[in-house]
Design a protein around this ligand. Structure first.
Ligand code: MD3
Ligand code: FE
Length: 206
């Protein structure tokens, strides 16, 4: 379903096997070196979701090839199968024209426990306007999709469940968005994940 121009939600895009495989890969990527870390913002705040990056390392508010705000090691490579998954996701959500030539080279993976949230923000550190692909695993969350002008209303709240795909392209690429709440204990029990995990795929343009 399209929720705004260029923003499409595809519930249940990942089948249970695909969810299991993606979770296993995320757990591997979360291990040190260059593993899961707590992100500290320049203002002295701490993000409640913990993060691991592939391809390029994001630190507020820029990209680097090493974990400059962590163990200093090289960022793990972005695997080509993940780029294929990203193009398939965009083609399914927005159509084949939108996916053509999108060379995904960044993955940001956020791990949320029951109390974790993400404040309203825009993602503007990439130089490409290629659509951002979001894949969710585990607990359901409230995803807040706003407007391009301000972090306040008007916005639309959408439930994002494990297995859901969301793609943000066109005019939605620079919209404010956030995660005001996670619903603990709503993950499919067979997956074996406590909490929520979100993978975003991006094109750096670098
Ligand atoms: C809209 N992640 O990693 S996913 C982020 O659930 C981020 O972890 C949230 O916001 C999460 O930056 C929300 C949905 C999402 C991701 C990227 C976007 C929406 C977006 C980029 C541009 C516009
Ligand atoms: Fe974001």
């Amino acid at each position: 379903a399209q929720i705004a121009p260029g923003a499409a939600h595809v519930p249940d895009w990942l089948d249970p096997d695909a969810q299991r495989e993606l979770l296993a890969a995320c757990r591997e990527w979360a291990r040190p070196p260059a593993g899961l870390r707590t992100v500290r913002t320049p203002g002295g705040g701490t993000m409640t979701a913990r993060q691991v990056c592939l391809g390029w390392h994001w630190y507020p508010y820029a990209y680097a090839r090493t974990v400059v705000d962590g163990d200093g090691t090289p960022v793990k490579p972005f695997p080509s199968w993940l780029g294929d998954l990203g193009r398939r996701a965009v083609a399914d959500a927005l159509g084949p024209e939108a996916a053509a030539g999108a060379a995904y080279d960044i993955a940001l993976i956020n791990f949320y426990d029951g109390d974790a949230r993400m404040g309203m923000h825009r993602d503007g550190d990439e130089r490409s306007d290629a659509p951002v692909v979001s894949l969710s695993l585990g607990d359901t969350c409230v995803f807040r999709f706003g407007n391009t002008e301000t972090r306040a209303r008007p916005y639309t709240d959408v439930e994002l469940r494990g297995g859901d795909l969301f793609v943000f392209g066109g005019p939605s690429r620079l919209a404010y968005h956030g995660v005001p709440r996670v619903h603990p204990g709503t993950a499919p029990p067979a997956l074996g994940l406590t909490g929520r995990l979100n993978i975003t795929l991006r094109v750096s343009g670098f």
